[in-house]
Design a protein around this ligand. Structure first.
Ligand SMILES: Cc1cc2nc3c(=O)[nH]c(=O)nc-3n(C[C@H](O)[C@H](O)[C@H](O)COP(=O)(O)OP(=O)(O)OC[C@H]3O[C@@H](n4cnc5c(N)ncnc54)[C@H](O)[C@@H]3O)c2cc1C
Length: 387
C-alpha cells in the first residue's frame, strides 16, 4: 500500500494519477503525466512483461509518435525481421495485392514493458482494479493483489487504459458492452520453416475460412491469426486456415509454441467511443480505438498521451480533466472514423492502409478483378461504416 501524501487543496492523496493497464495506452499516459511532474502509478493485473495477442506491427503513425515521446526503440524490442514492407492481400485464385506499409515489427511483451518502465511511473503489477468511486475532487480506487489482499488508493485522476474489455468502461456505461459486436481473436505460433516471404504481413481475404486470417514470419516462427464472430468457433476457424495455408507454404507438421487469444470489438463502426467523465479518462482500446485490420497501437499511444496531457493541464489549472481530454481526443476519434470510411479510402485521405495507390499502380484488367475480389471481402466482413 503506497504512503499517503498531502496535496494542496486536495487533502490526503496517494497519487496525482492512477493508470489502469500496462499496455501502450497506459505507458504513453504515464509518460505524459511524469513529464508534467505528476506522481503517477500504473496498476496492471498481470505480472509484467506480459504477452498480448498482437501481430506487433507499428504503423508509421505509431513509430512517429514514439520517436517524439519515447525516443528510439531499443534493439531487443525489435523482432526479426524488424521491417515490414507491405500488407500482402491474398484473394481466391492466387491473386495478390501489395499495400505498402513502411511499418516496424516489434516483440509486444518487451515493447509494452519498455514503454511502462521508461515512463518513470511507479508500477504495481499482479494487482487488479475492481471498483472506483468518483468524488468532487478525487477518485477512490479499490482492488485486490494476487494473494487476494484488498487495497484502496486516492488519486486526483484515474486513467483507464485497461483494453477492449475494460472493467472501468463497463462500470461507467454498463449497456455499451452489450451494444457492441464481439469477436474472438486467436493467435498461434509454430516452429517451422515456411515458404512465406518475411517482411510482409500476409492477409487472406477468404471469409469462408475466417473473417480475418493473417500469417507472417516473426523471430523464426510462423505466426497465424484468425478472428471469429459469435456464430463461428475460433479453433475451427484456425483449423480451416491451416488447411488452406500449410499446403501452399510447404508445411506438413509443425510444433505449436504459443497460443494467445482475446475478445475484440470495433466500437468505431457503431460510434460507441467512451472517453470517461469528469475525473476518469478512458484511453486506447478501452475507449473504442481500434482501426481497420485490428491496428490499435497508434491510437493507444496517441490517446494515452492526450489523457496524460489533459491530467497535467487540469491539475495545473484546477480544471476538470474530463472536459479537457474530450477536446484533446476529438482529432484521434476523427482519425479512427476515417479508417472505416469508404470515401476516405477512395480519396486516399489519411488512411493507414492506402489501397488506392496500390490499385492505381495495377494494369486496368487486374485492377478490375482485384477490386471485385476486394469488394466481395468487404461485403462479407461488413466493417465499413460508410461515412
Ligand atoms: C490478434 C491481434 C493482432 C493485433 N495486431 C496489432 C498490430 O499488429 N498492430 C497494432 O497496432 N495493433 C494490433 N492489435 C491491436 C492492439 O493489440 C491493441 O489495440 C492494443 O494492445 C491496445 O492497447 P491498450 O493499451 O489500449 O490496451 P492493452 O494493450 O489491451 O492493455 C490493457 C492492459 O490492461 C490490463 N488490465 C485490464 N483490466 C485490468 C484491471 N481491472 N486491473 C488492472 N489491469 C487491467 C490488461 O492486463 C492489459 O495489460 C492486434 C489485436 C489482436 C487481437
Amino acid at each position: 500500500m503506497p504512503a499517503l501524501f498531502v496535496s494542496a487543496g486536495f487533502g490526503m492523496l496517494d497519487y496525482d494519477v492512477v493508470i489502469v493497464g500496462a499496455g501502450p495506452a497506459g505507458g504513453a499516459a504515464a509518460r505524459s503525466c511524469i513529464a508534467g511532474g505528476l506522481k503517477t502509478l500504473i496498476i496492471e493485473k498481470r505480472k509484467i512483461p506480459r504477452h498480448k495477442a498482437c501481430s506487433g506491427i507499428l504503423v508509421p503513425a505509431a513509430v512517429n509518435s514514439l520517436r517524439q515521446t519515447f525516443g528510439p526503440l531499443p534493439g531487443d524490442v525489435m523482432a526479426d525481421p524488424s521491417e515490414l514492407r507491405a500488407l500482402r492481400m491474398h484473394f481466391p485464385g492466387g491473386r495478390t495485392l501489395d499495400v505498402p506499409l513502411g511499418g516496424v515489427l516489434i516483440r509486444r511483451e518487451r515493447f509494452d514493458h519498455w514503454l511502462c518502465r521508461s515512463s518513470g511511473a511507479e508500477i504495481d503489477d499482479g494487482t487488479t482494479i475492481r471498483s472506483f468511486q468518483e468524488q468532487h475532487d478525487h477518485v477512490v480506487v479499490r482492488g485486490t493483489r494476487q494473494e487476494n489482499e484488498k487495497w484502496e488508493i486516492l488519486c486526483r485522476v484515474l486513467i483507464a487504459a485497461d483494453g477492449g474489455t475494460s472493467t472501468v468502461v463497463r462500470a461507467l456505461d454498463p449497456g455499451r458492452h452489450e451494444k457492441l459486436d464481439w469477436y474472438t481473436a486467436l493467435q498461434e505460433s509454430y516452429e517451422c520453416r515456411p515458404v512465406l516471404e518475411p517482411g510482409y504481413f500476409h492477409f487472406f481475404a477468404f471469409p469462408e475460412v475466417s473473417l480475418y486470417a493473417s500469417a507472417y514470419v516473426k523471430d523464426g516462427s510462423l505466426v497465424m491469426e484468425v478472428v471469429a464472430s459469435r456464430l463461428d468457433n475460433v479453433t475451427q476457424s484456425m483449423g480451416r486456415f491451416r488447411e488452406l495455408l500449410w499446403p501452399q507454404i510447404g508445411v506438413n507438421e509443425a510444433k505449436r509454441v504459443q497460443r494467445l487469444g482475446c475478445r475484440v470489438a470495433y466500437a468505431a463502426t457503431k460510434g460507441l467511443f467512451h472517453f470517461g467523465n469528469a475525473r476518469v479518462l478512458v484511453a486506447g482500446e478501452a475507449a473504442g480505438f481500434l482501426n481497420l485490420f485490428g491496428e490499435g497501437i497508434s491510437s493507444a499511444l496517441a490517446s494515452g498521451t492526450l489523457a496524460g496531457d489533459a491530467a497535467v493541464q487540469a491539475i495545473e489549472a484546477g480544471a476538470v480533466p474530463g472536459l479537457i481530454y474530450r477536446k484533446y481526443v476529438e482529432s484521434e476519434k476523427r482519425r479512427t472514423l476515417r479508417q472505416f470510411s469508404l470515401r476516405a479510402y477512395i480519396r486516399s485521405n489519411d488512411v493507414i492502409f492506402d489501397f488506392r495507390k496500390s490499385f492505381i499502380a495495377l494494369a486496368r484488367k487486374k485492377r478490375i478483378i482485384l477490386l471485385l475480389d476486394f469488394m466481395r471481402w468487404l461485403i462479407k466482413v461488413k466493417l465499413f461504416a460508410g461515412r
